[in-house]
Design a protein around this ligand. Structure first.
Ligand code: BTN
Length: 257
């Protein structure tokens, strides 16, 4: 693990990013570890990686299931200047970075699924959990947690109908060290840019890779046709009366007519 961490750190340094990298065989949740590190004053960027998690967490309290060594599970501690209400749009910006990265391995097949997933051939290949540590109305640290299904040929039965992995999709050569270094570089730059310019620079990519556009969806009691992402990162849904709704958060059901 120490060698892998060193390799990643050296790759990052070669691209001008001086990050601490820790890579362990098993932990509860890298997001929890990252939060602890951040509240203990860790300097940013810090990267925490694990081969497996016993309490991996997803959005809305869901569990994130993974099989040992088959996923890329990491959290990044960053200290950008952001307002506390920026967590949701940051999640979308992170989604666009991860989708772009995976699209290089599987060209034209990756999409951003609002609010926090990346899909490959229409199935979830990566999930994102962004959490903020705040003091008053100031963000002290942002924890960007990412889980990518890399090598699994058999996913946990609970998720196999809706999820995929790079290996299942035929992307056999995904090296976790290279993928991690590229992801961290992309994310450090993206969050820095987000801090200066907001979601604007990411919207073109997010809209071009919008997994839900034109599909029948339901979010928290609003159902209709997904009509894109607005400038604030909210999902637009046009209901059957033609009324446009903007959803800031929630779970998306893909509805069938
Ligand atoms: C989701 O799909 O709802 C988000 C899943 C995020 C999973 C990653 S794995 C690394 C990091 N540690 C966690 O406990 N969660 C994130």
């Amino acid at each position: 693990m120490i060698d892998l961490a060193r390799e990643v750190r050296e790759k990052l340094l070669a691209s001008g990013v001086d990050a601490s990298v820790s890579w362990v065989a098993e932990t509860g949740s890298t997001n929890d570890d990252a939060k602890l590190a951040a509240s203990n004053g860790a300097s940013a960027p810090a990267v925490l990686v694990a081969d497996s998690q016993t309490r991996g967490r997803g959005r809305a309290g869901n569990a994130w299931l993974s099989t040992k060594g088959e996923g890329l599970l990491f959290s990044l501690v960053l200290r950008p200047k952001l307002r506390p209400d920026a967590t949701a749009p940051v999640t979308l910006a992170v989604g666009s970075v991860i989708a772009k990265l995976l699209d290089e391995l599987a060209p034209g097949r990756c999409r951003v699924k609002w609010p926090n997933d990346v899909e490959l051939d229409g199935k979830k290949v990566a999930g994102i959990l962004v959490e903020a540590q705040t003091r008053g109305d100031r963000i002290e640290a942002v924890i960007v947690g990412v889980g990518i299904n890399v090598a699994g040929k058999e996913l946990p039965p609970e998720v196999s109908a809706i999820a995929t992995s790079l290996a299942l999709a035929g992307v056999a050569s995904a090296d976790r060290v290279v993928l991690l270094a590229d992801a961290v570089l992309g994310l450090v730059r993206a969050i820095d840019r987000f801090g200066r310019e907001g979601l604007g620079p990411f919207l073109e990519d997010i809209r071009a890779k919008d997994a839900l556009f034109g599909q029948r969806v339901a979010v928290e009691g609003v159902s209709g046709t997904a009509a894109g992402i607005d400038d604030g990162g909210r999902l637009l849904i046009r209901d059957d009366k033609g009324v446009l709704h903007a959803c800031a958060s929630g779970h998306v059901e893909r509805a069938h007519r």
